[in-house]
Design a protein around this ligand. Structure first.
Ligand code: SAH
Length: 461
């Protein structure tokens, strides 16, 4: 992030504009709407700008700019077509610690103007960090069409009740939950439909009847999918954005974490192979104690929480203590990786069933019903199978699967770093022995892997 968006209260504050043309006029028109006190200096000032200044108690000097003290200004806008002068004023503003915007010059500006969506009191500012004002404007158009005009009314209603609601609740969490209900429920619908009186009445009724009790916490066990944030479900996203605390581990990509509520507390409880950051039992206990404090806790799990995710263990103690929880299914690694690698897990001709197994190595051994895994016509997906890969290939052949059966390894599936390796059981372990592979990885064994050649033409890997 190069520029921090802040909303500036300019009421009665002094702003200097150097330049008197069309651009200066545009900026001045915007600045007077927020009550800034303008002073314009330029050799030639457009009559419209002079009129605007006259109407808003602004001042001007129609003369060439000569260095003046900038201390009284909170913002200087430079809009001349003299690059040297622009630089000189920008330097001077910086030396005086005054925010400066040089029109169309990112390097010289300490602040930049965003594209604005005005649903006062709601304001949305869109910026591309100065990279492409046109793109910012296009985005603004899109957002404009998403936001009904009556959002402004809803915001005004909320503002009107803000202090009342604040004094009604002793617990901030409870207050937030109340507002979330209001702003997503029938009161909001009425306000958006323009029926303000009814909305206000209903809001008052709900507030009068809302108990100010200590909030009850709950836990959301959320399947966050295999990595690509686009694979989250709507429900996952909604709960991620309302949770007070986020518990996550190493399978959760930064892109997904970014979608959680910004001010939520983030707790890393990750486990690495053979290296436990937080033992499972402590995670279970942490969920209980946070929920008991009244927090809404999102426990993010990679893929699906009930597939090799120990999800059921995490909610067992919650169930026992009758702490409310929800389980949100996610796209498991097998589905995500297969789709993004162009490998169908079943196929009318090659695989009539698919089996998910764990290839986790224990004491140099993988305890699996190998006899069942070699039956023809099935695809086997190994989770956690990278370390045991040589044993997996060897056992499958030993128990009768054809040595030329295709196998694929998908590393960091569905993410921008996804890499797919393919081979056959007989030689795959040696084929990838010296390749640097980044976790997490998934193995797919079966004839379906060969379909990738036809189906993965779209895939850059
Ligand atoms: N609950 C998860 C699985 C957790 S076990 C799910 O449903 O997907 C962890 C294993 O999942 C990893 O060792 C790896 O085998 C697999 N895995 C998870 N995400 C993956 C990804 N993006 N790419 C490849 N394998 C992945």
């Amino acid at each position: 992030m190069d520029f921090l968006p802040l909303f500036h209260n300019l009421e009665g504050r002094h702003v200097l504009i150097v330049g008197g043309g069309a651009v200066a006029l545009r900026k001045a028109s915007l600045l007077v709407t927020v009550g800034a006190k303008l002073n314009v200096i330029a050799e030639h000032i457009k009559p419209e700008l002079i009129e605007l200044l006259a109407n808003h108690k602004g001042s001007y000097a129609e003369q060439a700019y000569q260095s003046i003290a900038l201390n009284k200004y909170v913002l200087v806008i430079v809009a001349t077509n003299n690059p040297q002068l622009n630089k000189q004023i920008a330097d001077q503003a910086r030396q005086s610690n005054v925010a400066v915007n040089v029109v169309d010059n990112l390097q010289l500006s300490s602040v930049i103007f965003p594209a604005i969506i005005d649903r006062s009191p709601i304001m949305i500012a869109v910026s591309t960090g100065g990279g492409s004002p046109v793109l910012a404007r296009l985005l603004r158009t899109k957002l404009e069409s998403l936001l009904p005009n009556n959002y402004a009314k809803l915001a005004m209603l909320a503002k009107k009740f803000r202090d009342k609601v604040k004094s009604h609740f002793s617990y901030p969490e409870q207050r937030r939950i109340f507002w979330e209900k209001i702003l997503q429920g029938p009161v909001a619908e009425q306000a958006l439909a323009g029926q303000l009186q009814q909305a206000e009445q209903q809001l008052q009724n709900l507030l009068d009847n809302y108990q100010d009790t200590s909030p009850q916490g709950e836990v959301y066990l959320i399947g966050a999918g295999p990595g690509d944030p686009d694979l989250l479900t709507f429900k996952a996203l909604r709960l991620m954005q309302q949770a007070d605390v986020i518990l996550y581990d190493r399978l959760i990509t930064p892109a997904i974490l970014k979608l959680c509520r910004r001010d939520a507390e983030h707790i890393y409880v990750g486990k690495k192979r053979n290296q436990y950051a937080l033992p499972q039992e402590e995670i279970n206990n942490l969920l209980v104690s946070l929920a008991k404090e009244g927090k809404r806790v999102a426990r993010l799990k990679g893929g699906d929480p009930f597939i090799f995710g120990r999800g059921s263990e995490e909610i067992a103690s919650l169930a026992e203590l009758q702490i409310p929880f929800q389980v949100v299914p996610g796209i498991t690694a097998a589905s995500g990786c297969a789709a993004y690698a162009g490998i169908p897990l079943t196929h009318r001709d090659y695989a009539q069933s698919v089996r998910f197994v764990t290839g986790h190595l224990q004491d140099n051994n993988i305890d699996l019903p190998w006899q069942e895994l070699v039956t023809p016509g099935q695809t086997i997906v190994f989770y956690m199978g990278l370390v045991g890969l040589p044993i997996i290939c060897q056992k499958l052949i030993e128990f009768g699967r054809d040595a030329s059966t295709p196998i694929a390894l998908i590393a960091q599936g569905t993410t921008v770093s996804q890499v797919v390796y393919t081979g056959i059981l007989a030689s795959f372990a040696s084929q990838i022995a010296n390749v640097e592979i980044h976790a997490p990885t998934l193995l797919i064994v079966g004839e379906v892997v060969q379909l990738r050649a036809q189906l993965a033409w779209f895939n850059k890997n």
